[in-house]
Design a protein around this ligand. Sequence first.
Ligand SMILES: [Zn+2]
Length: 394
Amino acid sequence: MLTRRDFLYAAGAGIAMLAPIPRALAGAYEVVIKGGRVVDPAAKLNAVRDVAIAGGRIAAIENNIATDGLQTVDARGKLVVPGLVDIHTHAARSKEMAATCLADGVTCFVDAGSMGADKIDEIVANARSAPNLGRVLINLSRTGVTPDGDLLDLNRADVSLARAAIERHRDMIVGVKARLSFNVAGAGDLEAVKRAQAVAGKLPVMIHIGQTVSSMPKILALLKPGDIVTHMYAPEPNSILDGNGRLFPEVLEARKRGIWFDVGNGRNGHLWWDVAERAMKQGFLPDTISTDWTPDGRAGAVVDFPNCLSKFLMLGMSLDQVIACGTNNAARTIDAFKDRGTLKVGAPADVAILELREGNFDFVDNYRNVRSGKQRLFPSATVLNGKLVPPRGA
Ligand SMILES: [Zn+2]
């Protein structure tokens, strides 16, 4: 039977519970998500289905599963998608942030370079204690993100200190982050990428682009397959577009070599509608969509992951493309997430239940340009490792 607390969780999440089934009839499943539209790009599935969960894994996806689960979640009229995978957040800066984004549907996150070697142990501890699956990119600068520019003094890009930090936390640090804008790295941007590679070895390097001193072709030449370019739609100086608004051929070549291009919504200098629109018109869509989420971004520029995904519905991507960018594609960039981002039978049962509402919704880039869209995704409920997550405030 459902406890009162279970029921309150569900009600608070906007999810109605169907009548509980007597225990005598209970079968092998623990949770059944009923009647939602399952969108799982990895399985090429977009159809109304029931999803049954047992032992923390997806046990069945079928047309009509008998509701003999201990918990039945009514997802009629909603989307049932793999738990969202946000590869650029700052969710390990505090103990509370990870739980906040979990309620947005984010079941896997990467804290992308909040801290460098000096204080990485704190970030790793926060990621480790997060309810969701959290991993960390170490900032190349030993100080992490600082207002005076992480890498303006290149002595802070201490390769051996950063490598020692990775050695201490091999299970949690999954790559290296280097911020390259002129006010962060100055003329040292190319040297910063070289040192980031020296730290990373075979692990991915995530570079933050936009307003760099060096040109995009020069920066991209230093990346290896599996590396990630975040803030892909940041404007000049030195964006992915040349002075005439044409995509640099080196950008397409980089993608062909296996380099990922990520949105990294953020707040300042990272997203301009015009760049996104021009690049997308030339066929250059994101591989992954991420939030660059911090509590300050929650107030408007970012809001939450579903809001960031909705911006790309507004820019013309299909629902399947957008969900792929926030699930399967994102999971493929990080080794530790390789069994996530899908609802295939046998996968860990991380599920985001979202509402796709129709109406007029305003979306902002990082330059206070407002565009209006007709659809917006809202978080409704999250299932993590087969368990329904209490909504915020429960
Ligand atoms: Zn960031």
